[in-house]
Design a protein around this ligand. Structure first.
Ligand SMILES: [Ca+2]
Ligand SMILES: [Ca+2]
Length: 417
């Protein structure tokens, strides 16, 4: 089995530590404004993000509970952003959920959510999980919170997934809603999608760890709806600035997600990052923004700040065939270890040690008479690496297995999947 990883999306994380991108918007004369519309789906795109956290065994003081079947309920703390309309309606930043069992010693298949945002669970009816469990997870999808009277902005859609193992009771909270709209920007139309990737009910969060930030996609309106994750340059962890086709804009986002503002940024003081000479592109993300930079001789210029490496790309042309090989490394997101950090000082040069050598790892797993081979390419930081040839996935690697007297000699193709 070939365990290739073709996904470089930013996944949001355990912690809710984040900072706001902006306060309420004030409009400079040259700003581009966009009103965004609310969208929701029980099956949101992966890029909308999610966060994982442990369940808790005890209820907070004063939480009004429904009548539960189980005497071992699990509690889920949903930490909301300070500027979230949900927190304003609730008048506090923590909303609670409780998981129940319909049958003694059965799975946690019932969930109570404070859908009317009154701070109580006693008035809520139970939600039952989907019949199908996948990958050891049970799913409560499309939980729609009802905006209280007078607070139409306090609407939200949430998916809750529970991994219910003996050793771990973990929930994954996932925004099942987002905001989007069309933006005319200097003669061109763009599709904007704004996601609450850290699932805290608030839009426009930045973070030093971009995997805990929210996400914005600004793509030409005629671009593919789901671009290839390895080569996409339209998806950005939210930061102070956003790069739209080479031009920098200061980014403003209303915390309720309804409005976006882009203001042309003046010249920003830049620093340089020097990487391997074969690096042709570096993608770095931090509170300043998330930038996809073309490199010259392995060097990029980028606004000063602290960044996390999101992706790097090397290119090499086959002299005989003329085919262009691209080697792309993506740093896997993780909750508290976002990967390699690089500090960029204005008018100074930093060194970033990424690129070759790349290791081809093969693991063998046996279950009785069946043997499974898992393979992946890994960079020097442990990042996942993929190969493209003329823009297409490279042919699957092969493994030849033989024994001492060659009575067994077979070659396997390690296809993805
Ligand atoms: Ca309630
Ligand atoms: Ca958020």
């Amino acid at each position: 089995m070939y365990r290739g990883v073709f996904c470089l999306i930013f996944l949001a994380a355990l912690s809710t530590s984040c900072t706001r991108a902006t306060g309420p918007l004030s409009r400079p004369a040259q700003a581009f404004l966009l009103d965004l519309e609310y969208r929701h789906s029980p099956y949101p795109s992966d890029e909308l993000g999610r966060r994982e956290q442990q369940c808790e065994r005890t209820a907070p003081d004063g939480l009004a509970l429904p009548r539960l079947n189980t005497n071992r309920p699990l509690f889920v703390r949903w930490q909301l952003g300070e500027g979230s309309p949900l927190a304003r309606a609730l008048q506090k930043q923590t909303s609670w959920m409780v998981l129940d069992q319909s049958q003694k010693d059965g799975p946690y298949d019932l969930l109570y959510v404070d859908r009317d945002l009154d701070g109580a669970l006693a008035d809520e009816s139970s939600l039952r999980c989907d019949a199908e469990a996948e990958g050891g997870e049970r799913h409560f999808r499309y939980i729609r919170l009802a905006a209280p009277p007078g607070r139409p902005e306090a609407k939200y859609c949430l998916n809750v997934h529970i991994r219910d193992r003996a050793d771990a009771k973990v929930v994954r909270l996932e925004a099942a809603c987002w905001y989007e709209g069309r933006l005319a920007l200097e003669g061109r139309e763009y599709q904007c999608v704004l996601a609450d990737a850290n699932a805290n009910g608030q839009f426009g969060d930045t973070s030093p760890n971009p995997y805990k930030a929210d996400i914005i996609r600004i793509a030409p309106a005629d671009a593919a709806r789901r671009p290839d994750a390895w080569t996409d340059r339209t998806l950005h962890a939210v930061g102070r600035c956003v790069d739209v086709e080479g031009k920098l804009y200061a980014l403003g986002i209303e915390p309720d997600g309804t409005r976006l503002q882009l203001t042309p940024a003046g010249p920003l003081p830049l620093g340089r990052v020097r990487a391997n000479r074969a690096i042709v592109e570096l993608s770095l993300a931090g509170t300043q923004g998330h930038f996809y930079c073309r490199a010259e001789e392995g060097v990029i210029a980028i606004p000063g700040g602290e960044y996390v490496v999101h992706r790097w790309c090397m290119e090499r042309q086959d002299k005989e065939s003329g085919r262009l090989w691209r080697l792309i490394g993506g740093v896997e997101p993780s909750s508290d270890a976002p990967g390699l950090r690089v500090l960029v000082k204005e008018r100074k040069e930093s060194v970033l040690d990424v690129g070759e050598p790349v290791l081809a790892l093969v693991r063998c797993r046996s279950t009785g008479q069946d043997h499974y081979l898992e393979h992946e390419f890994v960079g020097r930081l442990g990042e996942r690496v993929t190969f493209l040839v003329d823009g297409q996935p490279a042919p699957a690697p092969q493994v030849r297995i033989t024994n001492a007297d060659a009575s067994y000699d077979r070659t396997f193709s390690l296809e993805p999947g």
